[in-house]
Design a binder for this molecule. Structure first.
Ligand SMILES: [Fe+2]
Length: 408
């Protein structure tokens, strides 16, 4: 994020003495990307940020992956992944089920009903898409109230936790995109100084920054409350991912003020202004964020192609350089009609295999003026392997849905 923010109690000049009323110094921490060469923020702590009193292994959920071999397109039914009875015992951090992953990005899914532990991902930025439900996300930068359709972008190494709003009928469902890199708006939408340009489908006004500062006493905790922080980091485990739990002799919400261009933020998909045309627009118009070797796109309700002879559903396409993963959130996805794809489904269309509308979908789309669909797509430039969660809910028959004309 290149947009400067200043929150709470900070000194007029950086790297100078900043004292409490009693005269003690606050501890200044620079949180910066790419060494000292990219966006950063300065945070002012009440406690020494380096202090820990213990460290132990955090045994992560299964991070192993299986290649998509023999190569086939797949349909994964995410809503079958989580047993409703387990939701009360599940949190957004430790309850994630790995669905797909490669060396650049991991996609997991969770339905959560209880608060997560304090957590930071030391491997990369996270983009959490709230499919359903509500939560409060508390971070050292401040808090967010998040709801359906929100993308929550959490920079690498940000200490935070997820507190689901209790709802028996509408539990919190989160689609988790964990990068091994940073996640940002597409470069082509940014000025050379980082402002979102006029042709971007969203702008700074659509982004929510954290309310802050947020201190232990604001959440009913004592400043000296011993706290465990779960850290996901690089190491010799499946996917190069391992976990450690640090015990802090104080509460992590101890930042009295911060400023800079690096902080978590939220963008709601309903604020994405679709780019449409007389004939079919290519997927890059749907792009919302990007990381190293992958992009995130969203297909939102929109007016569709209005040339008198337009074909609104996509043409068949070979994504020569990428795997394409679509998560279907809402509405009817016109191109997939008859395939069994429904809300909560993922389609996996791997590189090396052409894909497109199911039989009959092209004809059915002719003359349609509007698509009522909401889907989140991740395209990766390296092949995606299947996680244990993906294998568990693979319908096993999607690859044949074009040859059978299934459902039509
Ligand atoms: Fe596609």
């Amino acid at each position: 994020m290149a947009h400067y923010r200043a929150v709470g109690n900070i000194p007029p000049k950086r790297h100078t003495q900043h004292r409490r009323r009693g005269g003690e110094l606050y501890y200044e921490e620079l949180m910066g990307e790419e060494g000292f060469s990219s966006d950063s923020s300065l945070l002012y702590h009440r406690s020494l940020p380096s202090t820990i009193s213990a460290a132990q292994v955090w045994g992560l959920p299964d991070q192993s992956t299986t290649p998509n071999h023999p190569l086939v397109p797949r349909h994964l039914r995410l809503h079958d992944l989580i047993d409703a009875k387990s939701v009360r015992r599940t949190d957004v951090v430790t309850g994630r089920r790995l669905v797909l992953g490669n060396g650049d990005v991991r996609i997991s899914y969770v339905v959560a009903g209880r608060p997560s532990p304090w957590y930071r991902n030391a491997i990369g930025d996270e983009c959490l898409f709230v499919e359903r439900g509500r939560a409060r996300v508390e971070t050292v930068f401040g808090a967010f109230d998040v709801k359906e359709g929100d993308y929550v972008i959490i920079p690498r190494a940000t200490t935070h936790r997820w507190l689901p709003r209790r709802s028996a009928n509408n539990p919190l469902r989160v689609y988790c995109i964990e990068a091994n890199s940073h996640i940002a708006p597409p470069k082509r939408y940014l000025s050379r100084y980082g402002q979102l340009l006029e042709h971007a489908p969203y702008c700074e006004r659509d982004l929510r920054g954290p309310d802050g500062p947020l201190l232990a006493e604001d959440v009913g905790a004592a400043a000296d409350e011993e706290t465990e922080v779960f850290i996901k980091h690089r190491g010799r485990g499946p996917g190069g991912v391992v976990g450690t739990i640090h015990t802090l002799p104080f509460h992590p919400l101890d930042v009295v003020g911060w400023d800079g261009c690096l902080y978590p933020y939220v963008f709601n998909v309903a604020d994405f202004e679709p780019i449409t045309g007389r004939i079919h627009q290519p997927p890059p118009v749907h792009q919302v964020f990007e990381g190293h070797n992958f992009v995130i796109c969203n297909f939102v309700p929109r007016k569709v192609d209005y040339h008198p002879l337009a074909v609104p559903v996509p043409y068949y396409h070979s994504n020569v350089d990428s795997d394409e993963i679509m998560f279907y959130v809402d509405g009817d996805y016109e191109a997939r009609k008859g395939s069994g794809i429904a809300k909560g489904s993922i389609s996996v269309h791997p590189g090396g295999h052409a894909h497109g509308p199911q039989p009959g979908a092209t004809e059915a789309s002719l003359g349609v003026e509007r698509f009522d669909e909401l889907a989140v797509m991740v395209d990766t430039f390296r092949p995606l392997d299947l996680g244990e969660g993906g294998l568990a809910v693979d319908d096993g028959e999607y690859a044949l849905s074009w040859s059978r004309g299934k459902g039509r």
